[in-house]
Design a protein around this ligand. Structure first.
Ligand code: SAM
Length: 446
């Protein structure tokens, strides 16, 4: 709670102060204020956005009606209006239509409505992430979230975690979505070092409930100045989100301002406006050259996303030394951007291991596979990739590494369950994780 007073209002720029604490701890409820507004912290999520929903949440919190305030923040009726603008929906309307999202938050609200007035986070501990997604009736966006751990753009971000591990202070995961990447990052560094930020309250709520409950959470719009002091972060990570932000010049400046001089900026999966517009592609995407121009006083590397994936999966490597030719970048459907003031980052990293033994807990067979049991073996067959994501080149690339069919010893699964992994099993499990046949997931995932 003390760290709140190190933050600034994105609108008036003045320091935040705690006005009233309703409850403390990681699921704290409180009201904070600056010179121009009052903002809620609800179940540990600070909301730094304006609008009548936020005002109403603060009013309800003053009357100690916390569950109602939470429901209001999650709920969007068909005429969601201000909620759509300010809290719930994250992407612009066009992207939303492409992703098949239809204001479905009222469904979650219906589930919550059946509950008593006890804190919702507590009441819903039995709800799995998949069940929550299903109840929200999120179509493509639901598939995006369910299959996130093995989707190509996510895989391209994994070797970058090796770079985050070289830094020692706070990490900002901005446009964090439901928290999948923060979850994997937290397998390598303490959760407490991560700040998850997103425009969408429900995403942060899911991230906190299912993925990284000990991280910090701020609901903000990255089109506004960021609420952090100068040089706050040793890494800023933004996966598949920067292209959706309209005020890119401002956000690039904010990234530079809030990054420590020896920090690193990681923007995996940037859409490239020069290549074919795909479903779900951000309409606000830039060309590779213009992404570089935004960070003109930092050293920048742009790498085609498929190259990052191939190098990581085939050679356990990421190359930040070599500069990719302009022509190759122009033809890349998506790009990974790495920027820093510190030259030490720009080298070749070998033997990157994102799946050490600590990640071998709570493993599941990737839900992309259908499983049939036959005596001592599990026979896996890949389902069709979520239809709306289509057979794009990145998915075909992924198929190169994820076999259509595969046989897994049942015994291996028993060893994982009983946490009895000897060096013999370790190698087999590691190989299956690298092929994304086995996935490390949070508890209550599916
Ligand atoms: C395609 S999702 C990626 C989510 C996550 N990074 C991942 O890769 O799983 C884009 C995310 O960016 C967030 N976002 C879009 N525009 C934003 C903005 N202006 N400020 C903050 N977050 C934003 C959305 O709410 C959404 O969660």
């Amino acid at each position: 709670m003390n760290s709140i007073e190190r933050l600034f209002c994105p609108y008036c720029g003045f320091q935040l102060k705690i006005q009233k604490v309703l409850s403390e701890g990681i699921d704290a409820n409180a009201i904070v204020k600056c010179e121009c507004y009052r903002y809620p912290i609800i179940e540990g999520i600070l909301i730094l956005k304006k609008g009548s929903t936020v005002k109403n949440a603060v009013r309800l919190m003053e009357r100690n009606e916390l569950s109602k305030a939470l429901i209001n923040l999650i709920e969007v009726g068909p005429q969601g209006g201000d909620v759509i603008d300010h809290i719930s929906l994250s992407l612009d309307q066009a992207s939303h239509e492409m992703l098949g999202i239809t204001t479905p938050f009222h469904r979650l609200w219906l589930i919550y409505k059946k509950m008593t007035s006890r804190p919702l986070l507590e009441k819903t501990t039995k709800l799995t992430f998949f069940a929550a997604i299903d109840s929200l009736k999120w179509k493509s966006w639901g598939n995006y979230l369910k299959f996130r751990f093995s989707s190509p753009d996510f895989v391209a971000a994994l070797p970058l975690i090796h770079l985050i591990k070289q830094t020692h202070s706070t990490i900002l995961d901005i446009g964090c979505g439901a928290g999948h990447s923060s979850f994997i990052i937290a397998k390598h560094i303490p959760e407490e070092r991560i700040i998850c930020a997103d425009k969408t309250f429900i995403n942060l709520y899911l991230a906190k409930k299912f993925f990284v409950k000990n991280a910090s959470f701020i609901c903000l719009d990255a089109n506004n100045p960021l609420p952090f002091t100068n040089e706050s972060f040793s890494s800023i990570f933004c996966l598949d989100a920067f292209h959706y932000v309209i005020s890119k010049r401002l956000l690039a400046k904010e990234f530079k301002r809030t990054l420590k001089p020896d920090g690193i900026l990681l923007l995996p999966h940037l859409h490239n406006s020069l290549t074919n517009i795909r479903r779900g592609m951000a309409v606000e995407a830039l060309t590779p050259k213009r992404y570089v121009d935004l960070f003109d006083n930092l050293e920048v590397r742009l790498i085609p996303e498929d190259k990052v994936i191939e190098n990581f999966l085939a050679n356990d490597k990421i190359d930040l030394k070599e500069k990719t030719s302009e022509q190759e970048l122009k033809n890349s459907h998506a790009i990974v951007l790495v920027a820093s003031d510190n030259q030490r980052f720009f080298r070749v990293y070998q033997n990157i291991d994102i799946f050490p033994k600590e990640t071998m807990k709570n493993l599941i067979i990737n839900p992309i596979y259908k499983v049939r049991e036959k005596r001592n073996y599990l026979h896996l067959t890949m389902r069709a990739f979520p239809r709306k994501l289509g057979e794009t080149t990145d998915i075909l690339l992924m198929k190169k590494y994820m076999p259509d069919t595969c046989v897994v010893e049942k015994n291996l699964i028993t060893c994982i369950r009983n946490n009895r992994i000897t060096s013999k099993e370790f190698k087999k499990i590691h190989d299956l994780m690298k092929k994304f046949i086995l996935l490390c997931i949070p508890e209550n995932y599916m």
